[in-house]
Each structure stands twice: as structure tokens, then as C-alpha cells.
Design a protein around this ligand. Structure first.
Ligand SMILES: [Zn+2]
Length: 237
């Protein structure tokens, strides 16, 4: 398994599938405990997350909480196992909580043919107890403050996260950098395709130095300009 990649002091991307196909993130407190963001797929995600913790020299009981960006199998599929291994409480956006508790993934956009075809066969999740919820604009008690940017559309409760102190933005699935190529999240996985594109604009408006993705490698140089350039090129005005 590839090693965790430090994005800023005390903030890591942990690869759980390939070098960067499915990532989770870890944020360290001054006392050494960690907050995890996402848990990958059911098997690989939980295994990769725990291997990442070990590589960082952390014990499972040092995980203080698990945040989930949205209720999809490649982000929340491993959550129940990570919770069993670490005992950490789960937090998610209020619009994701119900799906996560019931082990459901949100409806796919029926305006697309793929959405209509995939809707009846979309994957289930292992249900997970969501202990607390967060909302748009909240500053979470994570490594000095992690800002919640609610970017719905990919799913109703989808969030991106900005660590303002270090200038690290985690896009969630609002933007992909799959195979080093920036894109919107794939339409066939979205609940509301136009809304997902519209709310991604938000990521061009906030300030950061490094942009990190759940799918693909981070960008460390000219990150905000690269995102803004992508959005400019793809926004229909
Ligand atoms: Zn997703």
C-alpha cells in the first residue's frame, strides 16, 4: 500500500486504492489524535485507512472522529469497519445522515439515461451510526478549524472541506483529478447533475494553497488558479 502523503504539517492524504484512485484524509491535533475524513470502499477503504494510520505511527484509539463527505460506497463503504476498529464517532452533513444510518445511497439523476439504468442496482452501504451532523459554513473542531463547504448536487449532503489554517482544500467529489485530469464528478453518479456543476463554482471562490481530491493526486502549485481555470472553461455563461 502506498504511504500517506503529507499535504501540510499534520494533514495527510491516505491512499486506499492504487496510488490515488480512492483517497481518505487525516488531520492531526496537537495531542497526536487524528480526525479521519472518509473511509473508502468497504474492504480496501477500511484496510487502507488502518494501514495508513499504522504508517503514521498512530494507534486505532487515537482516531477521535470520522467525518464522511457523502453517502457513496467509495467514501462511506468502509465507515462501519473503521468505526469497529477505532471506536470513533461519525459525523456527516445533516442531509447525508439518514442515508448513512439506513445504509442507502441517494437517488441518481433520472434525467440521465445512465442514472435511470443504474438507479435500481446502485450499491448499498453497511449502515453506520451518525452521532453528530454539520451544516453549511460550520467551522468543525478539527486541527484548529475545518470549514464545511456544502456543495450539493453530487449528492444532497455532499460537502467539500477547507482547512483555513494551512490552506488545504479537499474537494470531495465536487471535482475529480482522476489520472491527473481535472473534471467534474462523473454525471452518472450524481443526484442532480446541473446542481453539482453549479455548486462546484464555490471551489473557485474560496482561498487555498493546495487542492486535494478523493479521486486523483493533489495539486500543490497554482492550485486555486488551476481550479478557477477549469471552472471558467466549463461554466456556461
Ligand atoms: Zn461520490
Amino acid at each position: 500500500m502506498p504511504k500517506p502523503v503529507e499535504l501540510a504539517p499534520g494533514i495527510w492524504r491516505i491512499p486506499t486504492l492504487g496510488a490515488n484512485l480512492v483517497n481518505v484524509f487525516a488531520f492531526e491535533e496537537p495531542d497526536g489524535r487524528l480526525t479521519l475524513l472518509d473511509a473508502g470502499y468497504k474492504g480496501s477503504g477500511a484496510r487502507g485507512t488502518m494501514a495508513g494510520l499504522a504508517a503514521l505511527g498512530k494507534r486505532p484509539d487515537q482516531v477521535r472522529q470520522l467525518l464522511l463527505s457523502h453517502a457513496h460506497a467509495d467514501h462511506a463503504g468502509g465507515a462501519a469497519r473503521v468505526v469497529r476498529d477505532t471506536g470513533a464517532p461519525v459525523a456527516a452533513h445533516e442531509a447525508s445522515a439518514d442515508d448513512l444510518r439506513r445504509g442507502r445511497t441517494p437517488d441518481l439523476d433520472r434525467r440521465s439515461l445512465m442514472g435511470r439504468l443504474l438507479n435500481p442496482v446502485r450499491p448499498k452501504l453497511e449502515p453506520v451510526e451518525v452521532r453528530s451532523t454539520f451544516t453549511e459554513g460550520e467551522l468543525l473542531d478539527v486541527a484548529g478549524g475545518l470549514r464545511v463547504l456544502h456543495t450539493p448536487g453530487h449528492t444532497p449532503g455532499h460537502c467539500s472541506f477547507l482547512h483555513e489554517g494551512s490552506g488545504v482544500l479537499v474537494t470531495g467529489d465536487a471535482l475529480f483529478n482522476f489520472l491527473d485530469r481535472m473534471s467534474y464528478s462523473f454525471a452518472m453518479f450524481c443526484t442532480d447533475i446541473p446542481l453539482s456543476r453549479q455548486t462546484a463554482e464555490r471551489l473557485g471562490e474560496v482561498d487555498y494553497e493546495v487542492v486535494a481530491f478523493m479521486h486523483g493526486p493533489e495539486i500543490r502549485t497554482g492550485a486555486r488558479e488551476r481550479v478557477r481555470e477549469f471552472l471558467r472553461k466549463h461554466t456556461k455563461r
